[in-house]
Write a protein that binds this ligand. Structure first.
Ligand SMILES: Cc1ncc(COP(=O)(O)O)c(C=O)c1O
Length: 395
């Protein structure tokens, strides 16, 4: 029942003490130092417990919970999720993840064989795979912008490459807000402006943007926005969000049939019976974030990156692959050590120091380690990581 779904107040100390925040995650008892939040978020324990309780509740009377009892909360969730990026409630719907949200746009889009579509080589392979499959279906032209050096070039250079790729018939650009390879925030507003001047629409892969740093879909001007709520919002795994600018909703045909009105964004989430307890669980992740304060969270995530990068940047052979600073990165950044294989370094960090990171880079050869701490990471944890890198650079 709605009354019983209120999140218990979090300890007051939450607002001042990061150790107390770490204690709110079961990960604090994990034997390894977890520095790969970019791949998937971790729910705070209180949210995990709520989802477990919701699963029990769902199994007491599923039809009643799914369609009656939780209806109001699902509605409120949608409003809160939309408000977070300054979207209208009527422009968002909850889906399962970024992959699904991108596919709903790509396979719902009224492409023709005369169209042209653009993406950059920094994009997430599944998004690119969807475009390639849609190309087989519709026969449009698909161009890849060479971006294997996102870790080195200026924003101006990136913008000019997107500008040069546009043709009079370019219908859509797929671009990530944050390149998953090295965590760089891309100059989306400028790219959207030049796309619109050409009559081109923009699908933003915001997998690493939502609930990570402050942004506003209206200010960015983007047309379609796909994200996962299980990454930086740390909502239940298998929850995501799709935003479609109001004017575009009617022209997209949902890839899975729906009985909803063509103007209604709900036509994209017509999946029938599903684990609604996960969707309800989102409200607790939102409340957790609100309790800490979003701005404070965003500042903390950036500060963690600044902390470890500041301490390793001048070590012998260390190269950073992410521009560091507000508006340039958040909690995801990458580095390499000259002459060391990233795959071998990943293994050494795990085997010898108990530190979990991720190998990233470009298929064309550049390889580095991606590091992504989270609210449960303390400076003292990062000191362990920094000390490991120091030992490795002097071997
Ligand atoms: C940039 C980017 N897009 C899309 C995805 C896919 O996210 P999901 O598996 O939640 O659909 C990821 C996953 O890491 C990603 O980094």
């Amino acid at each position: 029942m709605l009354g019983s779904l209120t999140l218990p107040p979090l300890p007051e100390i939450v607002t001042t003490d990061w150790q107390s925040i770490k204690d709110l995650y079961s990960i604090s008892k994990y034997p390894h130092l977890h520095l790969n939040s970019g791949s998937a978020g971790i729910m705070p324990t209180v949210v995990q417990d709520k989802v477990a309780a919701l699963t029990r509740q769902m199994n007491e009377n599923p039809p009643y919970e799914m369609w009656d009892s939780w209806a109001e909360l699902r509605y409120t969730n949608g409003k809160r999720l939309a408000a977070h990026i300054n979207a209208k409630h009527e422009e968002v719907t909850v889906v399962r993840n970024t992959t699904e949200a991108m596919n709903l746009v790509i396979f719902g889009y009224p492409f023709t064989a005369q169209d042209h579509v653009v993406y950059g080589s920094q994009e997430y392979p599944y998004g690119v795979g969807s475009l390639k499959q849609a190309q087989k279906k519709h026969g449009f032209d698909l161009s890849e912008i060479t971006m294997h050096d996102v870790d080195e070039v200026s924003d101006e250079e990136i913008i000019s490459r997107y500008k040069a790729a546009l043709r009079p018939n370019t219908k859509l650009i797929l671009i990530s807000y944050v390149s998953f390879r090295e965590g760089r925030i891309l100059p989306i507003k400028a790219i959207t402006e030049l796309a619109h001047a050409n009559g081109t629409e923009v699908l933003l892969d915001a997998a690493h943007a939502y609930a990570h740093f402050i942004h506003d879909v209206k200010d960015l001007g983007i047309d379609y926005y796909a994200t996962s709520l299980h990454k930086w919002l740390t909502a239940p795994h298998g929850t995501g969000l799709l935003y479609i600018k109001e004017d575009h909703i009617a022209k997209l045909l949902p890839p899975l049939p729906s009985i909803n009105d063509e103007q209604d964004i709900k036509k994209f989430d017509h999946l029938g019976t599903r684990p609604f307890q996960l969707e309800i669980g989102i409200s607790y992740a939102l409340t957790f974030q609100d309790t800490i304060g979003f701005e404070k969270k965003a500042n903390r995530l950036l500060a963690l990156t600044q902390y470890w990068t500041d301490r390793i940047v001048d070590m012998p052979g260390v190269k950073l692959h992410t521009p560091i600073g507000k508006g340039r990165c958040g909690a995801v950044a990458a580095f390499s050590i000259e002459g060391r294989s990233s795959t071998a370094l990943l293994k050494t960090l795990m085997d010898d120091y108990g530190i979990h990171t991720k190998v990233s880079g470009y298929p064309q050869g550049k390889s580095f380690l991606r590091v992504s701490p989270n609210l449960f990471t303390l400076e003292s944890d990062l000191d362990i990581f920094v000390s490991a890198i120091q030992q490795e650079t002097t071997k």
